[in-house]
Design a protein around this ligand. Structure first.
Ligand SMILES: NC(=O)c1ccc[n+]([C@@H]2O[C@H](COP(=O)([O-])OP(=O)(O)OC[C@H]3O[C@@H](n4cnc5c(N)ncnc54)[C@H](OP(=O)(O)O)[C@@H]3O)[C@@H](O)[C@H]2O)c1
Length: 302
């Protein structure tokens, strides 16, 4: 079987790096803003530059582009709407134009923040109602793919796992804090289904391979609150779960409104890929055996 060639934008980000780490699953090409991107085949590109994006797609000539580039700090999006629009909408417009002109497939990664969190978990056909600037812009980005012949939107949520050199994330923050004896407060009124980042990455490649079209939800198989997630993580790694305290979202005074009772149903994705996503405990098992995690967090290795 001929390997797919996949261009990944946001190559220095959490999901982007996890995709590029799936050796043998595709012929990978990465692009991002920073110079340092490991030893992968890498292009340094500012994706808000339409001509540069068109040149990149023409030069690399991939089967698919997976766009993981985005401004993902939801509170910062409220503060700097124009930067948020550049990163979350204009980049997608540029990619859609380049892919539309060349027949290259475009996969856009979106979020459960397109929903209001009144009645999750949500199926793909559920009505959207974003509560935040981030959610609104991501919904706009989804719509930019509507005219394309080969296009997929994948909404996901609550990514966890360990990907080296991508900065702190919820998993590493929690492990470091609790193992250091620090007490942490975690929301007990936000519901969702945590997604192991490499499980998502594999699902994305699977959708490319299947030449899927349209909208899919991808999240883990366990629905829980963030507080339950933190407790399970702590117990799995034999840490003191008494350090994990519940807190209400409202008490935190965050800028962006969060969807509370969220979650994404994955039946459509399962029908295409013929498998279900990992449960949270299965994801933790994978994490504890991940070679990079074991190297950088030997005290938690299994
Ligand atoms: N993480 C989650 O829990 C989660 C949940 C739901 C949906 N998602 C979606 O999943 C996708 C990937 O998320 P992630 O967590 O991997 O994000 P991330 O770690 O923040 O990575 C995003 C990447 O986008 C790049 N980027 C931003 N603006 C750019 C620009 N103008 N030109 C070029 N690159 C630019 C950033 O580059 P720099 O490194 O140079 O800043 C960064 O590497 C996003 O679409 C996000 O909305 C994530």
């Amino acid at each position: 079987m001929k390997a797919l060639k996949i261009l990944v934008t946001g190559a220095n980000g959490f999901l982007g790096r996890s995709l590029l780490g799936l050796e043998g699953e595709a012929e990978w090409v990465g692009c991002g803003r920073r110079v340092d991107a490991g030893d992968m085949l890498y292009h340094r590109v500012e994706l808000t530059d339409r001509a540069a994006v068109a040149a990149l797609v023409a030069e690399t000539n991939p089967d698919w582009v997976i766009n993981t580039a985005a401004m993902t700090n939801v509170d910062r999006c409220e503060e700097d709407v124009s930067a948020a629009r550049w990163a979350n909408v204009e980049i997608v417009e540029n990619l859609a134009a380049a892919c539309g002109d060349t027949g290259v497939g475009l996969m856009q990664i979106s979020t459960d923040y397109v929903f209001d969190g009144e009645s999750g978990p949500y199926a793909e056909e559920a009505g959207t109602k974003p509560l935040s600037c981030y959610g609104q812009l991501k919904l706009e980005s989804e719509r930019l793919l509507q005219g394309l012949e080969r296009a997929v939107v994948v909404r996901t949520l609550w990514l966890y796992g360990y990907v080296p050199e991508t900065g702190a994330n919820f998993t590493t923050w929690l492990l470091q804090a609790v193992s250091g004896g620090e007490s942490v407060r975690v929301f007990d009124d936000q519901w969702g289904n945590p997604t192991y980042v490499y499980d998502l990455a594999r699902a994305l490649v699977g959708l490319c391979r299947e030449e899927a079209r349209g909208l899919f939800h991808m999240g883990g198989a366990t629905f829980m609150t963030r507080h339950e997630l933190a407790l399970e993580l702590a117990r799995f790694f034999d840490l003191d779960d008494g350090l994990i305290q519940p807190v209400r979202t409202q008490e935190a005074g965050l800028l962006a409104v969060r969807p509370l009772r969220s979650g994404l149903r994955t039946d459509a994705l399962e029908a295409v890929l013929g498998r279900r996503p990992l449960t949270f405990s299965e994801g933790l098992e994978r994490l504890a055996r991940d070679p990079h995690f074991c190297r950088d967090f030997p005290e938690f290795a299994r």
